[in-house]
Design a protein around this ligand. Sequence first.
Ligand code: SAM
Length: 204
Amino acid sequence: MATATKGFDGPLGKASAVVMARMNRDMEIAAVDALDLQPHASVLAIGFGPGVGVEELARRLPEVHVCGIDPSAVMVAHATRRNRAGADAGRVMLRRAGAESIPWPDDSFDAVVAVNSAQLWHPLDTGLAEVARVLRAHGSLVMITHRWAIERRCSPDAWVTDVAQCLALHGIETASSTKPFRSGPGIVVTARRRAGPPTTAPGA
Ligand SMILES: C[S@@+](CC[C@H](N)C(=O)[O-])C[C@H]1O[C@@H](n2cnc3c(N)ncnc32)[C@H](O)[C@@H]1O
């Protein structure tokens, strides 16, 4: 698989799944809170890790369909165990894949959520283009990312600008803010897809 899962597979991945389930729980819950979901919505969770957010979505909205992707075999196994009832009922479907190649057709989802994952998409703009491809008109996107994880790569302001510009090319307008979480400040990007084609052609 082209997507790197260093630190999220093998014994280290198993240990980090346990830690992340505890330490990042508030971020996952905040992301679910920020989604504006109808009862029968179809939601994609990208980089779900131990599957806390997937579990919360399925618990809160008993008729929602939750799909998820994560390139780590350890995370897929961990999250599938956590969401066994939903998976058995056909409401939760978790697959091994990266954001750069989302294995669902265009316009599949009413909402997309990604917590502490977008900083790992490589390249970022390919992942964002994939999000735009699978998000339906009027669909919502919520991304929450540790500020420190972005700072390892670039300035948070530059990252937010990059994300906003990439998504604007696909007709998705963003708003961003910084919020405190248990494990440090998180950059929250929320977005809604306009109806109809983007005003600027992708790649223009
Ligand atoms: C820091 S963990 C966050 C997990 C969980 N969302 C949380 O906040 O606790 C990052 C997750 O993103 C996944 N990931 C890594 N590269 C990815 C990619 N290219 N696309 C989607 N997910 C990716 C990792 O396997 C891992 O499960």
